[in-house]
Design a protein around this ligand. Structure first.
Ligand SMILES: NC(=O)c1ccc[n+]([C@@H]2O[C@H](COP(=O)([O-])OP(=O)(O)OC[C@H]3O[C@@H](n4cnc5c(N)ncnc54)[C@H](OP(=O)(O)O)[C@@H]3O)[C@@H](O)[C@H]2O)c1
Length: 322
């Protein structure tokens, strides 16, 4: 398989979960079956379906990302809100979670005790201390899911003593149900099970689309989809400024810019056509669009975006080693 084949979606493929071979020297039965083609992965692009598989989900760190995931899971019906629990030292955060039915407990250890799946959603700098404190309460009867950026499975295992661990990298459009999430499973023995993968896929499918990939890709995933929303915000702002410079009212320019980006992304996703093909289709000889593209190329538009992803990947690598 090509190095990045695991992340490439065949044109017009109805599925958006990607298959990856099991890491060398590790056993992972679902991955093996998928790699051999004997298991068809489920369609993760559709609205999450209410589940009959009820389990208890706990969040350690009731911040923004935990709120997005919990809201998405509750709204989609993947779990009823009382099956979700968290704890927080600040009353205003407890109230936010309480407002949509999440059970509030007093301490992180109670959250672990009363959950089957524990999502570690504190800032990366706090992860080591929090997991070390929770180590006595964790066991391999529970699944640990970490969304902490840059924290490797191996470190998560060392700090927590857990062997059932899944690492996920979502992004901020989770707040509007449009996250791009990638997850990687730690297969120590057979501790992370096929059911674990399915449950985690169902949770993150509730806030957007889900892919699986080997952990070695996670720094690049962070550089692309983790940091990518900010690159696109900049592009939307610049397009709107261009519209204003060309004489449009600010509100209209901003609305047109954001809808244009949304429409173009939807074209790529829904037609399965290569973006170059879609660009060629709207670029007539000596027309307006090619005049605009010519200016973008003079400004090294594509090279600049590529450099942004590579720089963010490099920074992620530095941070995860520090
Ligand atoms: N936001 C993103 O775009 C994004 C994308 C991918 C992954 N992530 C990852 O998601 C994680 C959470 O990010 P976030 O944006 O949701 O951050 P956040 O809003 O700051 O949430 C972290 C929460 O953890 C709480 N906390 C701190 N120490 C704690 C402890 N010892 N026990 C329990 N709770 C504690 C914080 O409380 P206080 O506010 O009171 O300190 C805060 O509410 C991070 O690891 C990040 O790398 C974020």
């Amino acid at each position: 398989m090509e190095p990045f084949a695991a992340l490439i979606l065949p044109p017009a493929h109805p599925l958006n979960i990607q298959l990856r071979p099991p890491p060398l020297g590790q056993h992972c039965s679902l991955a093996e079956e998928r790699a051999s083609g004997s298991v068809e992965s489920s369609c993760l692009s559709e609205m999450a379906v209410p589940s009959t598989d009820i389990f208890k989900l706990g969040f350690i760190g009731a911040g923004n990302m935990a709120e997005s995931i919990a809201r998405g899971v509750a709204k989609s019906g993947v779990l009823p809100p009382p099956s979700i629990r968290t704890a927080h030292r600040r009353p205003e955060r407890r109230l936010v979670f309480e407002s949509f039915g999440v059970r509030i407990l007093e301490t992180n250890s109670q959250v672990v005790d009363e959950s089957d799946i524990i999502v570690l959603s504190v800032k990366p700098q706090a992860a080591k201390q929090v997991l070390s404190d929770l180590k006595p309460f964790l066991s391999d009867e529970k699944l640990l899911v970490s969304i902490a950026a840059g924290i490797k499975l191996r470190d998560l295992q060392d700090w927590s003593g857990q062997r059932r661990i899944i690492r996920v990298m979502p992004n901020t459009p989770s707040a509007v149900g449009q996250a791009a999430s990638v997850f990687s499973v730690m297969c120590v023995g057979e501790m992370a099970t096929e059911k674990d993968e399915e449950r985690v896929a169902s949770l993150f499918r509730a806030i957007g689309k889900v892919w699986t990939a080997d952990e070695k890709y996670f720094d690049a995933v962070t550089g692309l989809s983790g940091s990518g929303p900010a690159y696109v915000y900049l592009a939307i702002e610049a397009l709107a400024d261009g519209g204003v410079a060309a004489g449009l009212p600010r509100d209209l320019a901003l609305s047109l810019a954001s809808q244009t980006v949304l429409g173009a992304a939807t074209m790529v996703n829904q037609t399965g056509k290569h973006p170059g093909q879609l660009k060629d289709a709207v670029t007539s000889p000596a027309g307006t669009t090619i005049a605009g593209i010519h200016e973008l190329e003079k400004g090294a538009y594509r090279a600049t975006l590529m450099n942004a992803v590579v720089a963010a990947t490099k920074r992620c690598r530095e941070l995860s080693q520090s």
